[in-house]
Ligand binder design. Structure first.
Ligand code: FES
Ligand code: FE2
Length: 400
C-alpha cells in the first residue's frame, strides 16, 4: 500500500488472517485515531477497591493524555474524577496516592471536595457560581472489587461481563483480594504489538522456558485434552465450576465490551504458577484444594487476568505514545494473607516477572523489524486465532 493511501483505503486493503500493514504501527495519524476511537472509549482496569479502603483514600490513574483521581468519598462510594482543574486546566492532584479531605489545585489554589465539587476559588467575580465548576466525572464501574474506568461519557455496556463473569470472579473471591505487588514494564514498541503478543501462545514454546514447563496452553488441542480431563475431574471437589465464555463470541456484539473466561490445566506436579509448582499463597475464597488449573479472564481490550488457585495476576496494557507502551502487572492474594508468613513477594512474582521480561524483549525485536523497509505482513498460524480476532476488532473500531 502506498504511503499516501487514506486510512480508510489502508483498512479496506488489509488482508484477513494476516499481520497488520506497517502503517498501523508507525503512523502517528492512525495512533491518534486509536486514542479517539479505542483507547478512550473502552474500559480499562485502574485498580482494586482494597487499595482505597477508607473515606478520603485515593490514587491517580494515568492513561496517555488522561488522568483520573480514583477516590472513596465520605459516603464510602468510589468515584473517578478527571484530574483536570476547571480553572485553567492544571493537573489538580500530583501525588500518586494518599488520604485527603479535599483536593487543592497547586496552580491557583482552587479546592475541590471528595466528590469533585468546587468548594473554594479565591478572588473570583461576584457572580461566579462554584456549582458550575466541579471536576468532571469519569465513567467508573466496579466488578468484583475491580475498579474499571473509561474516559468517555457513553462507554460500551458491561452488562454481559457483569452477568457472565460474576460467578467465575466469585469462585476466586475477587471482591476480597488485595494487591500484594505491582510492577510496570515499559516496552519500547507500539501498544498493539504488546497486546497481540499477549493474545497468542505460538511464541511460548520458544520464548518462555519457565512458562512452558508449567502451562499447557501451547499444546495442540488433543495433547492438551489429556491433561485437561483430569483437571476437570478434580475441579468440583476443589470448589470450582466448569464455566467457559468464548471471547471471540462477545467481540461480535456491538456496543458491548468483549469478555472471556476459560480454565486450562497446568502440567502434572504444578498446583500453581510457581517456580516448583508448590503453593505461593493461601487458597483463594472458599476453594478447598488445588485442581492444578489456571483461569484466563479477559475484560475489554486492555485488561487480562490469570487466576490460579492461590493468586491472581492482572495485566493492564496501555499506550504511552505511538512508539512506546507499558504493561502493568498486579499480583493479588486473598486480603487476609500476611506477607512474610503466608506469601513471599518474590516467589509470588517469579513466573510472570521472568515471562514479562522475556516478552518485553521479543516485542521490542518485533517492533524493530516492523519498522524496516523489508517488513511485509505475514500469515497467522492457527495458534494466533485470538490475536487475529483482536486485529479485526481494531480495524472495525477504526473504520466506525
Ligand atoms: S489551574 Fe487550577 S487553580 Fe488555576
Ligand atoms: Fe509471552
Amino acid at each position: 500500500m502506498s504511503d499516501n493511501a487514506s486510512i480508510a483505503e489502508l483498512i479496506a486493503s488489509q488482508k484477513v488472517g494476516w499481520a497488520l500493514d506497517q502503517r498501523f504501527y508507525t503512523d502517528p495519524e492512525i495512533y491518534q485515531l486509536e486514542l479517539d476511537r479505542i483507547v478512550t472509549r473502552n474500559w480499562i482496569l485502574a485498580g482494586h477497591a482494597s487499595q482505597i479502603p477508607d473515606a478520603g483514600d485515593y490514587f491517580v490513574f494515568y492513561l496517555v493524555n488522561e488522568s483520573a483521581i480514583i477516590v472513596r468519598g465520605k459516603d464510602e462510594r468510589i468515584r473517578a474524577l478527571a484530574n483536570i482543574c476547571r480553572h485553567r486546566g492544571s493537573l489538580v492532584c500530583l501525588e500518586n496516592r494518599g488520604n485527603t479531605r479535599k483536593f487543592e489545585c497547586p496552580y491557583h489554589g482552587w479546592m475541590y471536595d471528595l466528590d469533585g465539587k468546587l468548594i473554594a476559588a479565591r478572588s473570583m467575580q461576584e457572580h461566579f457560581n462554584t456549582e458550575e465548576y466541579g471536576l468532571h466525572p469519569v465513567s467508573l464501574e466496579l466488578l468484583g472489587g475491580l475498579i474499571f474506568v473509561c474516559f468517555c461519557d457513553d462507554p460500551p455496556s458491561l452488562e454481559g461481563a457483569q452477568r457472565d463473569l460474576a460467578e467465575p470472579m466469585a469462585m476466586f473471591d475477587f471482591e476480597n483480594l488485595k494487591v500484594a505487588a505491582s510492577k510496570t514494564y515499559p516496552i519500547a514498541a507500539n501498544w498493539k504489538l504488546a497486546i497481540e503478543n499477549y493474545q497468542e501462545c505460538y511464541h511460548c514454546a520458544t520464548a518462555h522456558p519457565e512458562y512452558a514447563k508449567i502451562h499447557s496452553l501451547m499444546l495442540d488441542p488433543q495433547k492438551r485434552d489429556r491433561i485437561q480431563g483430569p483437571m476437570r475431574r478434580r475441579m468440583a471437589a476443589c470448589g470450582l465450576k466448569e464455566i467457559e465464555h468464548d471471547l471471540i463470541d462477545t467481540y461480535a456484539k456491538p456496543d458491548e465490551q468483549g469478555y472471556g473466561y476459560s480454565r486450562t490445566a497446568l502440567f502434572e506436579g504444578y498446583k500453581t504458577g510457581s517456580r516448583d509448582g508448590e503453593p505461593v499463597a493461601p487458597l483463594l475464597g472458599e476453594l478447598k484444594d488445588y485442581d492444578g488449573g489456571a483461569s484466563d479472564f479477559t475484560l475489554g481490550p486492555f485488561t487480562f487476568f490469570l487466576a490460579y488457585s492461590d493468586h491472581v495476576v492482572g495485566y493492564v496494557f496501555s499506550p504511552v505514545d505511538h512508539k512506546n507502551c507499558q504493561c502493568k502487572i498486579h499480583w493479588f492474594v486473598r486480603k487476609d494473607a500476611v506477607e512474610g508468613k503466608d506469601y513471599d513477594r518474590d516467589e509470588l512474582m517469579w513466573l510472570w516477572d521472568v515471562t514479562t521480561c522475556a516478552d518485553e524483549k521479543i516485542i521490542v525485536n518485533n517492533w524493530k523489524g516492523v519498522n524496516s523497509q523489508y517488513y511485509r505482513p505475514g500469515p497467522f498460524s492457527g495458534m494466533e486465532r485470538m490475536e487475529r480476532r483482536y486485529i479485526e476488532w481494531i480495524l472495525q473500531e477504526l473504520s466506525n
